[in-house]
Design a binder for this molecule. Structure first.
Ligand code: NAD
Length: 257
């Protein structure tokens, strides 16, 4: 692949294993020449992230649980020490309690609601704020991962759909904030892909089956396809695009029935 991101740096938040959408994004960016910092959420994931990061030339690995403000600060201090500046953020983090991803949405607990929003939506704002000093003077790009459950009702997605709606609105507000600095913020609304997080959604397999049957491309998308959309949004070819949600879903979002 063309090394169009040579000389640029990025941080990837959200790799848990090789199936993670964050890893698909990391591969596309790294193959295009971007130097990457990987964050991991907790010690249980450290070894897996270190192992994957080793496949990306010049990468570093640092801890960052986004619910702990001090860890966000420390992570970006670490990136500053190693890279000096930062061009790209890939935010591929979400969490909701398993019991909130089934049954009626109205049964969502207050704690579960707050937690889903803290991890899945607010963290984008917290991370953007922490990263801004490093992105000063760079034509930076911030990319987050969303899902059509933000726009429409998807059975069992429940509180995560509400959090994704907040995330997509955050993309617009952040894009307006940082646009004057030359920094862009966009979301990729990915079709369903089998990952660790997806397995928490009750009946996820039936969602996959329906996309394969009904989407214009008559198939599900892959993490590599999401990664290549991320490459587009991170790189110079999307320089005129900010505040938008790009659907990478085989066209499913255009269908009425
Ligand atoms: P994944 O489980 O591989 O990744 C989720 C990541 O979130 C994990 O690495 C996990 O460690 C991280 N995370 C959770 N809580 C955290 C915290 N407190 N601090 C830091 N990190 C934390 O699953 P994925 O499907 O690759 O999810 C990545 C993103 O893609 C999520 O935002 C998800 O909602 C979104 N997405 C997924 C699908 C899908 O079908 N898989 C579709 C559309 C959007």
């Amino acid at each position: 692949p063309a090394r169009i991101l040579e000389g640029m740096t990025g941080v990837i938040l959200g790799v848990a294993n090789k199936r993670s959408l964050a890893w698909g994004c990391a591969k596309s960016l790294s193959d295009a020449g971007m130097r990457l910092a990987f964050t991991y959420a907790n010690d249980r994931l450290k070894d897996a992230v270190v192992k994957l990061a080793a496949e990306c030339e010049g990468s570093i690995v640092i801890p960052c649980d986004v619910t702990i403000p001090e860890e966000i600060t420390a992570a970006f201090d670490g990136i500053k020490a190693e890279f000096g500046t930062l061009d790209t953020i890939v935010h591929a983090i979400a969490y909701a309690k398993r019991e909130e991803l089934q049954g009626n949405f109205f049964d969502t607990s207050k704690d579960g609601y707050m937690l889903a929003h803290e991890v899945s939506a607010y963290s984008l704002t917290a991370v953007t704020r922490a990263a801004l000093p490093l992105m000063e003077g760079r034509a930076g790009s911030i990319v987050t991962l969303s899902y059509i459950g933000a726009e429409r009702v998807v059975p069992n997605y429940n509180v995560m759909g509400i959090a994704k709606a907040a995330l997509e609105a955050s993309v617009r507000y952040l894009a307006a904030d940082v646009g004057p600095r030359g920094i862009r913020v966009n979301a990729i609304s990915a079709g369903p892909i089998r990952t660790l997080s997806a397995s928490g959604v009750r009946d996820f397999s039936s969602i996959l089956d329906q996309i394969a049957e009904k989407s214009p491309l008559r198939r599900n998308v892959t993490a590599e396809e999401v990664g290549d959309a991320c490459l587009f949004l991170a790189g110079p070819h999307s320089r005129g695009i900010t505040g938008t949600t790009l659907h990478v879903d085989g066209g499913f979002h255009i269908m009425g029935v």
